[in-house]
Design a protein. Structure first.
Length: 131
């Protein structure tokens, strides 16, 4: 439903009218002084993007960045971290502290596979029937 903006010619107040039809009211009254001599103003509009449109815009932004794409092709963990940040920026979900830490470490050049190894695997598998 449209919103129409007006300027009251009596008290110079700007006001907005929400209309349940697609035609503006004939002579809206000013909410401040109740005068009906107002002039309709040109106003902008807002269209909410669907989730698919948001993801498409973010994905196109990533692909249009040649520096980022080159980094991804070189398997640069910094580029992968930036790619992840851009994709998650458009999401409504919260990012866990562990995921955030992983991205920060990737920004410093570490690979996720090195970050995801379990401590027992790094110590040589002591828990698999060792001492």
């Amino acid at each position: 439903m449209p919103l129409y903006e007006y300027l009251c010619l009596n008290c110079r107040r700007r006001f907005t009218i929400y209309v349940k039809a697609f035609s503006p009211p004939s002579s809206p009254s000013c909410p401040r002084c109740n005068a009906s001599n107002s002039r309709r103003l040109f106003s902008t509009f807002f269209r909410a993007l669907s989730e698919t449109e948001k993801r498409k815009d973010i994905y196109e932004d990533v692909l249009s960045d040649s520096r980022l794409v080159e980094g991804l092709l070189r398997n640069d963990p910094r580029a992968l971290a930036e790619w992840n940040r851009r994709l998650t920026r458009g999401m409504d979900a919260e990012i866990s502290p562990e995921y955030e830490e992983m991205l920060e470490r990737m920004e410093h050049g570490e690979w996720p596979r090195e970050l995801l190894e379990r401590p027992e695997e790094q110590e040589g598998g002591k828990e698999e029937g060792g001492e």
